[in-house]
Design a protein around this ligand. Structure first.
Ligand code: 5GP
Length: 116
C-alpha cells in the first residue's frame, strides 16, 4: 500500500498537468474525468495511501488541504453557491487512487450525498 501512484508523478510534474495550486505540503489539479463543472483534487505532496495511514505528524498537511479547498472554491466562484469535499477510503469508500486526495466538487446543485 506504500507504492507511489500517478499522483506523485503529477506533483513532481513528471506528467505535465496544470497545477492550480502547490506549496510545500499540498498540490491541487483538475480531475481528469470531472463529475461536475468544478472538480478539483487536493492532495498531500507526500505519498499517504489512505486516510487510515494518516498520523498526527500529518495534521498540518490535512488542515492545509481544507484551507486550499476553501481558496480554490473562491477562485472557482463556487464558494457562495456551495460545494462538497469528499475523501474516499478503501474499497467500500470507492477509493481508486491510493494517494489521499480530497475531491472539491461544485458548480451545480449536487444530488443526494450518497448513492448506495
Ligand atoms: P477516488 O475514486 O480514488 O476517490 O478518485 C480518484 C480520482 O482521480 C477520480 O475522480 C479520477 O478521475 C481521478 N484521476 C485518476 N487518474 C488521474 C490522472 O491521471 N489525472 C487526474 N487529473 N485525475 C485522475
Amino acid at each position: 500500500m506504500s507504492e507511489e501512484t500517478i499522483f506523485s508523478k503529477i506533483i513532481r510534474q513528471e506528467i505535465p498537468t496544470q497545477l492550480l495550486y502547490q506549496d510545500e505540503l499540498v498540490s491541487a489539479f483538475r480531475d481528469i474525468a470531472p463529475q461536475v463543472s468544478s472538480h478539483i483534487l487536493i492532495v498531500p505532496n507526500k505519498h499517504i495511501s489512505t486516510i487510515n495511514d494518516v498520523t498526527e505528524a500529518d495534521e498540518l498537511t490535512m488542515g492545509r488541504m481544507i484551507i486550499v479547498a476553501k481558496k480554490l472554491a473562491k477562485e472557482e466562484g463556487i464558494d457562495e453557491s456551495g460545494y462538497r469535499l469528499i475523501i474516499n477510503c478503501n474499497e467500500d469508500g470507492g477509493q481508486e487512487v491510493f494517494h489521499i486526495h480530497m475531491h472539491l466538487l461544485g458548480g451545480q446543485r449536487l444530488g443526494a450525498m450518497l448513492s448506495v
